[in-house]
Design a binder for this molecule. Structure first.
Ligand code: GBH
Length: 439
């Protein structure tokens, strides 16, 4: 099963994705501190307490990285513009930061790569984190200001803008599960973040639309949820997980409501007057980004506090992250989004990928199979009516994998974190062959 670009509709875009904190190196270019710096510095939060101070040093090596995208015959590049680089204290502009992104976007255009920009891929300036971050409603307005500033510089050249990357991670994983910065385990903080991150999205779409900006979207993450048994309790557990993960954000945007089963738990903790924000949140989108990685099997856990769930091991092979490989889930979400939520609106697979504990000289066949299986699932979703316009592999480079530090390797390109040397893996070469324009 070797798919090529010719198996996809004319104009379908292939690319790779990255995020600022994970690759750039925040010690350069007068960026301010962000909540990941402090989170990583607190022992126990991140493997070996690693942070993004140097990362892949993309801040200096970006021409080489863009050349790698170009040489793999890619059409587009999904990157993010860090708030703490553009505004070190969250509100004051750092001209050096804006100039960096200005060069970067021009570098993409010079190489024929369409820039797909994400405004928030998790770099909350520390000054704002100290004032409550996403639990504080004011942060939503500060974010829209940041979005306006960066769009005044880049907006004439970027192909698309996504407001937020993965609101579920920003809110639930970070404020309820405590796994990502700011590392809270607090249902009240979680409920507020679950709402405020959407309000920030809505205010930003409204602001940028008012400036005449086109192609505005959001990137949501979806994990497939399946009940562990036929019991009513397990079915309810899977539906609740599906509600928290896969329905909360998209239903707020496309239906102006939150799923009832999730509100049962979060309702008492929501910020006052949240209902009045739903119209702002439900701005029409120009496109939807779908990030997809894995499946979860859920069982009811009567002994656990709400949402009273536990995950059960599945039978599929797992990646270095311990995530099951389940390409059917990507087909599920692409067709479900089209049918239930966005109709004919363009959908992009904005992330899909896997981690391997590989060395540069080993063949990277598991990743190749993973990639082509998910491309096949995407193709099948298109045949089944989903208007999917592109696919971005996560990630171009091995990079800072958040709480997992540098050990988990998602890249098509290997990075030696001592020398910072880049070495394309066999998956990179396989993709480059599949994307060649004239065979
Ligand atoms: C993305 O998030 C991020 O956008 C990106 O920055 C990151 O580097 C990349 O993926 C790889 O992690 O089995 O309980 O551990 C991924 C979203 C949500 C997908 C959690 C997998 C597994 C939950 N992830 N999910 S668990």
């Amino acid at each position: 099963m070797t798919l090529s670009r010719f198996d996809f509709p004319e104009g379908f875009l292939f690319g790779a994705a990255t995020a600022a904190y994970q690759i750039e190196g925040m010690r350069h270019g007068a960026a301010g501190p962000c909540h990941w710096d402090t989170f990583a510095a607190t022992p126990g939060n991140v493997v070996r307490a690693e942070d993004g101070a140097l990362a892949c040093d993309h801040y200096h090596r970006w021409p080489e990285d863009l050349d790698l995208l170009r040489a793999a015959n890619m059409d587009a590049y999904r990157f993010s513009t860090a708030w703490n680089r553009v505004m070190p204290d969250g509100v004051t502009v750092n001209p050096e930061g804006l100039a960096f992104y200005d060069r970067l976007v021009d570098g993409m255009l010079e190489r024929g790569l369409k820039p797909f920009q994400t405004l928030y891929h998790w770099e909350m300036p520390s000054a704002l984190a100290d004032r409550g971050g996403w639990t504080n409603r004011d942060t939503c307005h500060r974010f829209a200001d940041f979005a306006e500033t960066v769009t005044r510089t880049l907006g004439d050249r970027v192909e698309t803008i996504a407001t937020i990357n993965e609101p579920w991670c920003v809110a639930w994983l970070s404020h309820f599960m405590g796994i990502h910065a700011p590392g809270l385990r607090d249902i009240r903080a979680a409920a507020r973040a679950m709402h405020h991150i959407l309000l920030a999205h809505g205010l930003t779409v409204d602001r940028l639309r008012g400036m005449g900006q086109k192609n505005l979207g959001v990137v949501l993450n979806f994990d497939y949820a399946q009940p562990a048994s036929d019991s009513a309790a397990d079915i309810r557990a899977a539906a609740l997980w599906d509600g928290i993960f896969n329905r909360w954000f998209i239903e707020a945007i496309t239906r102006r409501t939150y799923p009832a089963n999730v509100l049962q738990g979060l309702g008492p903790h929501m910020p006052q007057g949240w209902q009045d924000d739903m119209a702002t949140i439900a701005q029409p989108l120009d496109w939807l980004g779908v990030n997809y990685y894995t499946r979860h099997i859920l069982a009811h856990d009567a002994g656990a506090p709400w949402p009273a769930l536990r995950t059960v091991d599945g039978d599929r092979p797992k990646t270095q992250m311990g995530w099951e490989i389940y390409p059917e889930g990507l087909h599920h979400f692409l067709t479900r989004m089209a049918k239930d939520h966005v109709g004919d609106l363009p959908i992009y697979v904005t992330e899909n990928g896997m981690a391997n504990p590989d060395l540069p000289d080993l063949p990277d066949t598991v990743r190749e199979e993973f990639l082509f299986a998910h491309l096949a699932a995407t193709k099948r979703a298109i045949s089944d009516g989903a208007n999917v316009r592109g696919f971005f592999y996560w990630s171009l480079l091995d990079n800072y994998e958040w709480a997992e530090g540098y050990e988990k390797r998602f890249g098509l390109v290997h990075v030696d974190f001592d020398s910072l040397k880049r070495t394309p893996k066999s998956s990179y070469h396989a993709l480059a062959r599949a994307l060649a324009r004239n065979d």
